[in-house]
Design a binder for this molecule. Structure first.
Ligand code: SF4
Ligand code: SF4
Length: 90
């Protein structure tokens, strides 16, 4: 099964500098008035996490299990409803 990744952007931290748009090799981010995220394109390379100057991005590996999904987050595993929740911090 192809791995999926959750791309979370904390809007309170994001300054819309656009660095993630240029650094992401998969075109996940686009920035017009708002930063948009297409998490289904993400390959999990974490370049955006590393290069975001405001630590606004978090990438988590998500394994699909039927309609439910299982998310691996820093050693702990928890059930989540949606694999592609794109933007957090609202
Ligand atoms: S690099 Fe970070 S601060 Fe800049 S637009 Fe992307 S998420 Fe926002
Ligand atoms: S982890 Fe890599 S592919 Fe995924 S959004 Fe960040 S830079 Fe793009």
């Amino acid at each position: 099964m192809k791995r999926k990744f959750e791309v979370r952007v904390n809007k309170k931290l994001c300054k819309k500098c656009g660095i993630c748009v240029f650094m992401c090799p998969k075109g996940v981010f686009s920035l017009f008035d708002e930063l948009k995220v297409e998490a289904e394109k993400c390959n999990g390379c974490r370049r955006c996490e590393v290069y975001c100057p405001d630590f606004a991005i978090e990438i988590d590996a998500v394994e699909q299990v039927g309609k439910e999904t299982r998310e691996e987050t820093r050693g702990e595993t928890r059930e989540v409803k949606h694999a592609e929740r794109a933007v957090a911090g609202e």
